[in-house]
Design a protein around this ligand. Structure first.
Ligand SMILES: C[S@@+](CC[C@H](N)C(=O)[O-])C[C@H]1O[C@@H](n2cnc3c(N)ncnc32)[C@H](O)[C@@H]1O
Length: 192
């Protein structure tokens, strides 16, 4: 999939609501270390960095390193470590207090997803948070082996041992840079 067009197609977009939402849920807990998986144009990484977080951003798209820190002060840019890598090559992640994976994990190959998920689980510290999206079984891309899909029950199993705050399911027609499709997305807020 050509992600460069996708990323360039939404310049200056708003931060995804999930991220300020989880910061609100954390209350007065000071910022810590965050992991942004499939960071795209880096909007959420930058938001976290300017809010005092140390951020490790991962994305396979070209220019990830420069794109993620664009427009930041030197001080804020120094809080982000952007890494260009495929999920399929990612075997371990930095220990963190918050993992954000916005509309990105579904694009990990089905056969590799279990080991990526193990790395994600192992990296989140006790009381740390996972927020992110999965694609459901009714998604029109279901069945592609370069992607992965999950039922609500499957997601609950993936999150075994986590406190699940929310799994919000959204389904319907969607226009995407890759064409019109039926989108089935499950958005998770959970705490380790
Ligand atoms: C739909 S965008 C989401 C971007 C951002 N997280 C957001 O919330 O808008 C998916 C991102 O995942 C990245 N991506 C897709 N497949 C990937 C893979 N196999 N390994 C690493 N990154 C991948 C793409 O480059 C893209 O930036």
């Amino acid at each position: 999939m050509d992600w460069t067009n996708f990323i360039d197609g939404s310049p200056g977009r708003d931060v995804r609501a999930l991220v300020p939402r989880v910061l609100e849920l954390r209350g007065q807990t000071p910022p810590g270390v965050a992991v942004d998986l499939g960071s795209g144009d880096g909007t959420e990484s930058r938001f976290l960095a300017v809010n005092g977080w140390r951020v490790h951003s991962f994305d396979s798209a070209p220019d990830t390193q420069t794109r993620t820190v664009a427009g930041l002060t030197q001080l804020d840019a120094a809080r982000i470590t952007p890494i260009r890598i495929e999920f399929e090559e990612l075997h371990a992640l930095p220990r963190n207090d918050l993992t954000y994976a916005g509309r990105s994990l579904p694009f990990c190959a089905e056969a590799v997803f279990p080991s990526l998920w193990s790395a994600i689980r192992a990296s989140i510290r006790p009381s740390g948070w996972f927020v992110g999206d999965f694609f459901g079984l009714n998604d029109s891309w279901f069945g592609r082996s370069d992607m992965n899909f999950h039922s609500r029950e499957g997601i609950e199993l993936l999150l075994h041992g986590f406190e699940i705050f929310e799994i919000t399911e959204t389904e319907g027609p969607a226009d995407t840079p890759f064409g019109a499709k039926h989108l089935h997305i499950l958005t998770v807020i959970a705490r380790s």
